[in-house]
Design a protein around this ligand. Structure first.
Ligand SMILES: Cc1cc2nc3c(=O)[nH]c(=O)nc-3n(C[C@H](O)[C@H](O)[C@H](O)COP(=O)(O)OP(=O)(O)OC[C@H]3O[C@@H](n4cnc5c(N)ncnc54)[C@H](O)[C@@H]3O)c2cc1C
Ligand code: FES
Length: 258
């Protein structure tokens, strides 16, 4: 069930690079959120309407009654979000998104680029709870963009890290070992979230090795609930357009044009 609520900010702090973490008390959203679902957060306080539209953020984790969001400062909305204080309340709509990662695979190879890792972290938790296997890859330009390192340590996950400049983990692109990892895990599916060029590269490798590849997309969104048609991508199978917020956010890579 989608809830439109006022949520109290219990934490809002800088982590590293351009990333902040926000924890919001939103029990009705917490108990319903599934991996790849997201919330729309109004970045300003009550009675302020500039910027007007809510912004979309993945539910990166849930902790008791709190949802946890990692956000990069990108433009005005996320800048305003970073100025809010503990104890302030914001409008939150969620959990949103209908098409999620399929549950019928025994194993996933999880590929997260930059802030896109926040779209996959809840999947890792849920897979572990269900006793399913997964291999996780996390790449960014440099260490300060790997903003979920502490979360990974706190939750005892094994993750293979990549940075372009070699400042943490392996030097180079997240795709460099992917072919061999897929060959070692042939009955897996890929779960991917990150910058478009990375998702394209991963999709290409998946296609060449004939492995299912599910992309969690992050297009610009105005409403988040299927009304404005602002978030569409081309569905190449039906030769039509699909709404990322409503028919997505997860799509099989061969279904859509990136
Ligand atoms: C499902 C999903 C999950 C996401 N998860 C995360 C996350 O976990 N962490 C993170 O950092 N980022 C995430 N993003 C990206 C995040 O929503 C954007 O970075 C954020 O909206 C930028 O807001 P801004 O005001 O700072 O930037 P700006 O570029 O100033 O504003 C972007 C906003 O303007 C509006 N807008 C602009 N153009 C259009 C248009 N053509 N149609 C409709 N609306 C428009 C939308 O409200 C849009 O969100 C996610 C996006 C999606 C769709
Ligand atoms: S954001 Fe309005 S239809 Fe998807």
């Amino acid at each position: 069930m989608i809830v439109d609520t006022k949520a109290k900010i219990v934490e809002n702090r800088f982590i590293s690079g351009k990333t902040w973490i926000m924890k919001l008390e939103a029990p009705q959203i917490t108990k319903n959120s599934k991996p790849a679902q997201f919330v729309m957060i109004k970045p300003t306080l009550e009675n302020y309407y500039d910027p007007l539209l809510r912004r979309a953020f993945a539910v990166a984790d849930v902790e008791d009654e709190n949802i946890v969001v990692y956000y990069d400062i990108h433009g005005r909305g996320t800048y305003y979000l970073s100025t809010l204080k503990t104890g302030d309340s914001v409008d939150v709509l969620g959990p949103l998104g209908n098409n999620l990662f399929p549950e019928n695979y025994d194993k996933y190879i999880i590929v997260g680029g930059g802030i896109g890792f926040a779209g996959l972290s809840l999947l890792m938790k849920r897979l572990r709870e269900k006793g399913k296997g997964f291999v996780s890859l996390y790449g960014a330009r440099s260490k300060d963009e790997l903003s979920m390192i502490d979360w990974i340590k706190e939750n005892n996950f094994d993750v293979i890290f990549y940075t372009d400049d070699g400042s943490f983990g392996k030097r180079g692109l997240i795709t460099q070992d992917l072919e061999s990892l897929i060959r070692e895990n042939l009955n897996s599916a890929l779960a991917v979230c990150g910058p478009t060029p990375m998702m394209r590269a991963v999709s290409k490798i998946a296609k060449s090795l004939n492995i299912p590849c599910y992309l969690s997309l992050e297009t610009k969104m105005a409403c988040g609930i299927g009304i404005c048609i602002g978030c569409v991508v081309k569905d190449v199978q039906s030769d039509n357009y699909v709404r990322v917020c409503y028919e997505g956010p997860v799509f099989e890579a061969s279904q859509i044009e990136l």
